[in-house]
Design a protein around this ligand. Structure first.
Ligand code: ADP
Ligand code: MG
Ligand code: MG
Length: 918
């Protein structure tokens, strides 16, 4: 034995390219998603669970990556494995691939690691040709179905493999229906379909110069290559870019025996969710069509029927539960089994062939942010998952959907009363959106680029429309159900979507929508409510979401909002599992109060300059800036002191019991000066100095490179009276409140420090004022003095800096600018190009550049704590509200992040998730 082991190198085993699933046992399982793709791994898992699945095999993603690495070649040995596995299906089902009497037909299905809905194309009924179609008709005794399958195959194969536009086939189908007086596809008879097949074949010959391939093996290889090729088609690349999916993963190919939902009235096909993907409600939710195949349900060719009675709102459409009760019952058992097994909401696809149910797919279902929270919270209550898992399942940015505005109810009711309700469709993607109508994805992109709000209106969307959908405020379709392309993609993007709005007549030529006698033209405003399905003419005002009405406005009681309660539960769990503190960036008492209600534990950045922009303040401030000497400045500052003090008092009160970090004056002084002659003249009048003097002064303050100019602590060093006034305002405010018994925790933060001497000089001023003022008031006040770290030199000398600073706060906006030597305000002209061409992975102003800026932060933390082990360190740049950056802050040991009030909840969740990550 030991000798044997020493000579068998596992690396030398024959690589395995193909995994079989069928015969109650699969070679793969759900843990092999990277190799088998999501679809293949889950098909294998379902087989292992004893769920009925047509047999088949999966060609691994490795073959796809090899294919690209080798410039379009397949590994040796793949062909044999494929033939062996086809033989396995043949043996299991007793059909034969290419047999004229008893043909095996297969589907070719793509499937990457993560689902990319509609990104790559499926070919059904492969193996049919002019001879096998007859055998197939004989064997099934269903000629109509055989030719229906064949015409679908020719269309799909010609489109996916040979690149012939589907529209040509659709037109022939349309013409045939018209000629035969058929309303629906299903009204066509066998003989019609036979003729149609001939038309299709002629079309292929004309477009392609050669006839439709008749050899099933040739068909099989053609389809496999097409799936691999489709990994790099434009829509797949766009989708990956939008969803940050790596281009290196590749797709698997699944080859699976066909089952037929188009065998007649005892056959059907459908898709379903184990819970409502829009609201998260725990109810089985789906759609199906009798006598249909493949993507008929999703494509919106016929209006799909609801899956059960509970969902049957439109009385005319019979549900599966009523039409095929036995199959429905089995489907319910299977979905429950799948949900209990995967412990998450599943998105399933099934086909019923002559009363027999087959599962064709299961995957974790996409859902809205609202649904995600409800499902997670309820699954914890049901004992399916624990709190930690619930937190792992919710992407922090999904919370944005809960916070998004909705239409103002009264305004909407009024609009409907006024007869502005255009139509009702399906509430496919929650959220309210108003915008100008556009009819193509390209127009949507063009108009959005001009900062216009647009609603993209289509009969149905397809993967080519993705970029336009991303650019639009909302999406409105006339066809398709809750599981249509538009609906699925919109929910994924968090966009408002109304789908399947059958009353709309869309004329792409005009272009316009007509509903009865109403006409909506391109550029007209409409409003869509993706939570209710209403489509309303004109623009509509929006109001805050339920969460915001409870927390920010106080106009809704918590007990009246289920969404709020679930959100709150989740947030409490987040607090239990996070280590990072969460503060907010707020300059007003109102923002401070809102942030606090969202769970902020203090202010990490209060910018004092924003307080100078009020009407009377700006005058006093300008006076200060323009004063020629120290006395002049002091005089103006004295006017500002009481105003600043009142501001600070209000903010301290709003944040009682929590630290408030106030930054001394930061921007260059010329930012405060007037530019227009009228303002300059007014200022000259108040200060009683000549206009020209003011103009000269303004000129003298101009800088070539203000970002690196006279700003930050450099102001307070040259004009110490500014720092002195601000320190006094802060400390007096704190002392007065302390005397009233309010618990205040001021922290004074010096910006743009590059050298320890700068900090030492400012600190000395602040400390003198603080000690003196506290003594005057007779109050014991603990006021911390610290610095922002926003220059590389500050990070690199953090050990010296920490000798003077009681806390650090990373100002990562400026730190990114100065580390990269990149002006954020000017980067717009080339940064998109950089990202597009992969010079940079992403925008470093959005997510922290871990290797560069992050490295400086690490140095700052390490050196700072080497001098002062208890140094408190936070971040107040915009990165403090971005989930990935928050994770990084957690990893490098920061104490807290500070972000805008709107993102506090996101930060709490992101902080918990960072801590839960192993
Ligand atoms: P997508 O990734 O776009 O969901 P699928 O590979 O799931 O594409 O195929 C789309 C649809 O085609 C399925 O939902 C199913 O209805 C149909 N289909 C795929 N394979 C088969 C099969 N072997 N038998 C019957 N129908 C199939
Ligand atoms: Mg598809
Ligand atoms: Mg599918």
């Amino acid at each position: 034995m030991s000798i044997n082991r020493s000579i068998s190198y596992p690396e030398e085993r024959m690589p395995k390219y193909v995994y079989y699933f069928g015969d109650k046992k699969a070679e793969g399982d759900t843990s092999m998603k990277n190799l088998l793709g999501g679809k293949g791994a889950n098909l294998a898992e379902m087989v292992n669970l004893g769920v009925p699945v047509p047999p088949g095999f999966t060609i691994t993603t490795e073959v796809c990556t090899d294919y690209y690495d080798s410039g379009g070649k397949y590994p040796a040995g793949l062909e044999k494995e494929i033939l062996d596995n086809v033989a396995k299906i043949e043996k299991e089902l007793q059909f034969k691939f290419g047999s004229p009497d008893n043909p095996l037909l297969v589907s070719i299905r793509s499937g990457a690691r993560v689902s990319m809905p509609g990104m790559m194309d499926t070919v059904l009924n492969l193996g049919l040709n002019d001879r096998t179609v007859e055998g197939f008709a004989r064997k099934t005794g269903n000629e109509r179905m055989a030719y229906d399958s064949y015409r679908r195959f020719i269309q799909m194969y010609s489109n996916v493999v040979m690149g012939i536009d589907s529209e040509h086939f659709e037109k022939l189908l349309h013409d045939k229906k018209k000629a035969k007086g058929a309303l629906l596809d299903t009204d066509l008879e066998a003989s019609d379909l036979k003729e149609l097949v001939e038309d299709y074949e002629k079309l292929v010959e004309k477009k392609n110069g050669k006839s439709f391939p008749q050899d099933p093996m040739e068909q099989l290889w053609g389809a496999i290559s097409a799936v691999f090729e489709s990994w790099n088609n434009d829509r797949a690349v766009t989708y990956r870019k939008l969803n940050k999916i790596s281009g290196d993963w590749g797709t698997a190919v699944n080859v699976q025996a066909m089952v037929f939902g188009n065998m007649g009235d005892d056959s059907a096909t459908g898709v379903a969710f184990t819970r409502d993907p829009a609201t998260g409600e725990n109810c089985f939710f789906g759609e199906y069509l009798v006598n249909a195949q493949g993507e008929d349900v999703v494509a919106g060719i016929r209006t799909p029927h609801p899956i059960n009675i509970a969902q049957r709102t439109d009385g005319s459409l019979e549900s599966l539960e009523e039409v095929m009760p036995e199959c429905y019952k089995e489907l319910v058992e299977i979905y429950q089994k799948l949900e209990a097994h995967y412990l998450d909401m599943q998105d399933i696809e099934f086909t019923i062939q002559e009363g027999r149910l087959f599962m064709l797919q299961t995957r974790t279902g996409k859902r809205t942010g609202i649904a995600a929270i409800r499902i997670a919270v309820e699954m914890v209550a049901e004992g399916l998952i624990d709190e930690e898992e619930a937190l792992r399942r919710i992407e922090p940015d999904q919370l944005l959907q809960l916070l998004a505005d909705v239409f103002e109810p009264e305004k909407k009711a009024q609009a409907i009363d006024d007869g502005r309700l255009l139509a009702r469709g399906l509430n496919a993607g929650p959220g309210a959106a108003s915008g100008q109508v556009v009819f193509t994805a390209e127009r949507a992109q063009e108009e959005a680029a001009k900062a216009k709000n647009v609603i993209l209106v289509r009969y149905e969307t397809s993967p080519e429309d993705i970029a336009g959908m991303a650019a639009a405020q909302g999406i409105l379709t006339a066809r398709g159900g809750m599981t249509s392309h538009a609906a699925v993609v919109a929910r994924g993007m968090g966009k408002s979507c109304v789908a399947g709005c059958g009353a709309l007549h869309i004329d792409y030529e005009a272009p316009a929508i007509t509903v009865d006698d109403k006409v909506v033209k391109e550029g007209d405003w409409i409003s869509i409510d993706g939570s209710t399905g209403e489509v309303i003419e004109g623009e509509l005002d929006t109001i805050a979401s339920e969460i915001n009405r409870v927390l920010a406005d106080g106009t809704l009681r918590p007990e009246d909002s289920q969404v709020y309660q679930e959100f709150d539960t989740l947030m409490q769990w987040a607090d239990r599992y996070r280590r990072l503190g969460v503060r907010t960036n707020a300059d007003t008492p109102k923002d401070a109060a809102i942030a606090r209600s969202f769970g902020a534990e203090g202010i990490g950045l209060c910018r004092t300059e924003h307080m100078f922009f009020g009407e009377e303040r700006i005058a006093a401030f300008r006076e200060m800036v323009l004063a020629d000497d120290h006395d002049g400045r002091e005089k103006a500052l004295l006017k500002l002191l009481p105003m600043q003090k009142e501001d600070f008092k209000a903010i301290f009160k709003a944040m009682e019991g929590f630290p408030v970090t106030i930054r001394t004056l930061d921007p260059p002084l010329h930012e405060f000066l007037p530019h227009r002659d009228k303002e300059i003249a007014e200022l000259a009048e108040t200060m009683s100095i000549p206009v020209n003097d003011i103009k000269r002064k303004i000129m003298s303050l101009k800088e070539t490179n203000p970002m690196l100019g006279h700003r930050g602590c450099r102001l307070g060093i040259v004009y110490p009276e500014i720092t002195r006034m601000q320190a006094r305002a802060i400390i007096e405010a704190a002392c007065e409140l302390a005397k009233e018994g309010v618990k205040v925790m001021p922290e004074i933060m010096i910006p743009l420090v590059g050298h320890v001497n700068e900090l030492a000089a400012q600190k000395k001023i602040v400390k003198e004022v603080a000690d003196g003022t506290a003594e005057e008031y007779g109050v014991q006040l603990d006021c911390k003095i610290g610095t922002m770290i926003e220059l590389p030199r500050c990070a690199l000398t953090a050990d010296e800096i920490a000798g003077e600073a009681q806390f650090f706060s990373f100002g990562t906006n400026d730190l990114t600018q100065t580390t990269f030597g990149l002006s954020r305000d000017d980067a717009g002209t080339f940064l998109p190009f950089y990202i597009e061409n992969k010079i940079l992975d992403g925008d470093p102003f959005q997510a922290i550049d871990r290797d560069g800026v992050g490295e400086l932060m690490k140095i700052g933390v390490k050196k700072g704590r080497s001098t002062r082990p208890d140094l408190k360190i936070g971040i107040c740049g915009e990165h403090g509200g971005e989930a990935g950056s928050i994770e990084f802050c957690h990893q490098i040991g920061l104490d807290y992040v500070s972000c805008s009030p709107r993102r506090v909840a996101i930060a709490r969740l992101a902080a918990a998730r960072a801590n839960l990550k192993k």
